[in-house]
Design a binder for this molecule. Structure first.
Ligand code: DAH
Length: 366
């Protein structure tokens, strides 16, 4: 280092008790140049802060020279003072400029790193779709409206009269036991419940309009059942009711055969088996040929070749009487079955609980 640039003056021979001499302009100028170069080299805001402390802080050469001012001769002191002040101003301004540059660069870098491409298009878009139960519900409505039925809905919160009594299930009727109910704390004890079946819509239809009636009623129903592979506590049924003149069991059989072929396909057969329901007489359960084995017998149908779908029958005269219709004048049939079960049969879904798990991998298959 050129001795004249040794601002500390410690290596220089002091003249007349003053710190090392040298021209203030060149001594301070050299310090300033070195510090300016360091400021420009600073690559980050942290580095810049460190450079500024080194160049102008308490332990800097400039601070040393500042402290030595009082020891300078009165003649040289103003020039040193001015040079130091000038250097601090220049370095301060340079540091500010560099700080602005570095901050801008840092912002640009962060915005690149955190950038989201809002124009990005997924290679395989995943469109939403209707739940398989909704698809089934809507398709059944289509099939039945195509056969001349209208769609009618009833409330999910029902009273005892519509859900049981008017359907020929008076209090203590054993058939009530098969439909363990959720009762609401409303009115008399056990007088208001979540409907256990869509059959009460039959009563509401007959109470609210004169025959002829050709209606289907899809909707949600509730039972105090523990969910298993074939049961849910909240599930869906669709009910059909026909009340007209001269309706026979043949109309019932023909309607079931037509709708099962329309929904499951022309190769699927249906059959009626004698059964008992309080609100129909005679009553029958209806089956369809197994959708998996076609009727040969497999694990899914328990080897019998048939799958049980729902219940049906001719409207019981007691039901007509409950709603004030003359059973001598009117006749009709009714049937009802589970929509969830129907969806499971169509697609070969082995466990009905899969329908309510909401697993997109499962649901996206339908
Ligand atoms: N409601 C009955 C049930 O949930 C199903 C049923 C059977 C409906 C016979 C009907 C019918 O309309 O006639 O088990």
């Amino acid at each position: 280092m050129d001795r004249s640039q040794d601002h500390t003056g410690q290596d220089q021979a002091p003249g007349e008790g003053e710190p090392g001499e040298g021209e203030p302009g060149s001594v301070v100028g050299a310090i300033e140049q070195a510090a300016l170069a360091a400021i420009l080299r600073a690559g980050t805001l942290d580095e810049l802060d460190a450079v500024v402390v080194d160049a102008t802080g308490k332990r800097s050469s400039l601070a040393d020279l500042q402290r030595q001012l009082s020891e300078r001769s009165a003649g040289s002191r103003p020039a040193w003072g001015k040079a130091l002040q000038q250097a601090r101003r220049t370095l301060g301004e340079a540091a500010e400029r560099r700080r602005t540059e570095l901050a801008a660069a840092q912002r640009a870098e962060r915005s690149v790193a955190e950038r989201m491409d809002l124009t990005e298009v997924l290679p395989a878009p995943l469109p939403g779709q209707l739940h398989p139960v909704t698809q089934t519900w809507e398709e059944l409505e289509d099939i039945f409206t195509g056969m001349g039925f209208v769609v009618a809905e009833g409330p999910e919160v029902e009273d005892d009269w519509h859900n049981f009594t008017a359907l020929n299930m008076p209090a203590n009727h054993p058939a009530r036991d098969g439909q363990d109910s959720f009762y609401l704390e409303m009115g008399e004890p056990e007088s208001v419940l979540l409907r256990t079946q869509t059959s009460p819509v039959q009563i509401r239809l007959m109470e609210s309009q004169p025959p002829p009636i050709w209606a289907v009623s899809p909707g949600r129903v509730y039972r105090r059942d523990t969910p298993d592979a074939s049961h849910l506590a909240a599930f869906h049924q669709i009910e059909a009711l026909v009340v007209d003149r001269g309706i026979s069991f043949a109309h019932l059989a023909g309607t079931i055969s037509t709708f099962t072929k329309a929904f499951f396909g022309p190769s699927v057969r249906s059959r009626l088996r004698p059964a008992y329901f309080p609100f129909t007489e005679p009553s029958a359960e209806f089956d369809i040929s197994c959708t998996l084995c076609g009727g040969d017998g497999c694990r899914s149908c328990g080897g019998v070749g048939w799958l049980e779908l729902g219940g049906s029958g001719m409207v019981d005269p007691a039901v007509f009487q409950a709603v004030g219709l003359d059973p001598e004048e009117w006749s009709g049939f009714a049937f009802g079955f589970g929509i969830d079960r129907c969806a499971a049969m169509r697609w070969g879904i082995p466990d009905i609980r899969l329908l309510v798990d909401n697993d997109a991998r499962f649901l996206s298959q339908f």
